[in-house]
Design a protein around this ligand. Sequence first.
Ligand code: CP
Length: 303
Amino acid sequence: VNHLLGIKYLNKKDITLIFETADHFKEVINRSIKKVPTLRDTTIANIFFENSTRTRLSFELAEKRLSADVVNFSAGQSSVKKGETLIDTVNNILSMKVDLVVMRHPNPGAGIFLSKHVKAAIVNAGDGAHEHPTQALLDSYSIREKLGDVSGKNIVIVGDILHSRVALSNIFALKLQGANVKVCGPKTLIPKHIESLGVSVETNLRKALEWCDVANMLRVQHERMDISYFPSIREYTQQFGVNKQLLDSLDKEIVIMHPGPINRGVEITSDVADSDQSIILHQVENGVAIRMAVLYLLASKIQ
Ligand code: CP
């Protein structure tokens, strides 16, 4: 069985195929054809052990637009609360003849673990601070759409790199496609040895912005941000937040991205998030076509 567990397990050809397939589905959606019969005989379970708005809704929309049968599972309202294990939970769902599982889980490697213990294709919708492969795919797809190509572009990922599955998956995806990647943030939120992934570190946001074509602003993860990582959110915003004044002082117009959810006024101000420089809502829009492509390509291997 084939899975999408992380960008780490893909090559450049896989990414190109996913993008070309997403191009096709995006064109179909843009022609106002909201539903195609492609996955009419496929049943998909979306099992979410962590909160989500964009990922969960866009997977569900992608599945419905492909005519799959869909069941949704939230751990909070399930027998997980009575102590049922992950493998038991998923095997019980699979016994209802489910073909494919989309899973978000707080533990890094949960999807990899599951893929070794259950007989179904697994799509990782975010596993702890490890990977978020469809987010990275939709991010690169959005850069390709805006700038024509990812190869050779200068991309800076700003913020809490240490805890971010979005950062790791983006680094893998961007490097595979030949982008130049920097990470920027407080030293305490940048993993040691990150240079071994082929990225460089910049702790001065202005310098990073002067260098880049695209800045991907990560969410400040308040739940993980304590005094040992950084003195205060206010200080973080002063040093690593983007605002209109800072962007206007650069001698070029860079593209602003954010995976969502946004902390308005912390890592990004509203006048930047809602400006023409921002492609944040295009990222969300592209998430549906990318997830349609991923599901279609995986389902064609399991049928
Ligand atoms: N970008 C992202 O994963 O958002 P959600 O947590 O809302 O799915």
